[in-house]
Design a protein around this ligand. Structure first.
Ligand SMILES: [Zn+2]
Ligand SMILES: [Zn+2]
Length: 261
């Protein structure tokens, strides 16, 4: 019943002459119990059965149960908004009862109806990156780092959630490393077990393909690999050895073998 469309479908026998429109009641978190005008909140369970003309469904909800999370902050619940479709008569696209920008609101780990499956929409870095619209603290922690560390933005303060373990992190400070914080806080997260495996595989594949080719030195030094070059003529590695090659060096040349060697 956290899905608005499902709630709306319970109103098939809702009296057509009822004072308040079914679409607005469903949008305010209620489903129809089937008795007279009685509806119930999917989250707090509060029931309302007396509806009057001009009633604001969400206002009635707030009045009946002020502590209901749906009333206090719908985006923090697992409610799934109905995406208004113009030809679908029941859906009201002109509703101003909620200020939600998003049609779909993700579940947080603290919700009783949390979905334990990884969030399919945020499986890739670029998908997660797209969630960081309006990220308020780019100068403190960059969306790129957070997305790479498995997080997407919950569109609330600086709260981010891991796609895989569902762990929520917030209150970011300058110098925080999302990857480290993720590993430290949620050490059992599948994301890192998975990533570590990939990295190990990549490294071993890469190293088996390394060949000491001429011109490849800059790449290798980038990798921290030092090329050890052995003398082409080992017998010339010492001063005495090199000096001995100057036998027959013309005596009238200014550069003496001692200088050159
Ligand atoms: Zn409620
Ligand atoms: Zn995680």
């Amino acid at each position: 019943m956290n899905v608005e469309e499902t709630r709306l479908r319970t109103f098939t026998d809702w009296p057509v002459n009822a004072a308040v429109d079914a679409a607005r009641i469903a949008k305010a978190g209620f489903y129809y119990t089937g008795h007279a005008l009685e509806v119930q909140c999917f989250l707090c369970g509060v029931k309302i059965s007396d509806w009057n003309y001009g009633d604001q469904a969400i206002a009635r909800h707030r009045l009946a149960e002020p502590t209901c999370p749906f009333v206090q902050n719908p985006s923090s619940t697992c409610n799934v908004h109905l995406i208004p479709i113009n030809n679908f008569g029941l859906a009201s696209s002109s509703s101003t009862e909620t200020s939600q920008d998003n049609n779909i609101v993700e579940c947080q780990s603290t919700n009783p109806c949390q979905n334990k499956e990884p969030q399919k929409e945020y499986r890739t870095v670029s998908q997660r990156l797209q969630s960081f619209i309006n990220w308020p603290i780019s100068s403190i922690v960059s969306p790129e780092k957070l997305a790479k560390a498995g997080f997407y933005y919950l569109q609330q303060d600086d709260e981010v959630q891991c796609t895989y373990c569902g762990g929520v992190l917030k209150k970011w400070e300058l110098g925080d490393d999302p990857e480290k914080k993720h590993k430290d806080t949620f050490p059992d997260c599948d994301f890192y077990l998975h990533q570590d495996g990939i990295n190990k595989q990549k490294n071993s594949l890469y190293l088996t393909n390394v060949k000491l080719m001429p011109g490849a030195t800059s790449n290798l030094s980038d990798l921290g690999i030092q090329i050890h070059t052995t003398p082409k003529k080992p017998q010339c590695a010492t001063y005495e050895g090199r000096l001995s090659t100057f036998r027959g060096w013309p005596a009238n040349i200014r550069q003496t073998p001692e200088i050159l060697a």
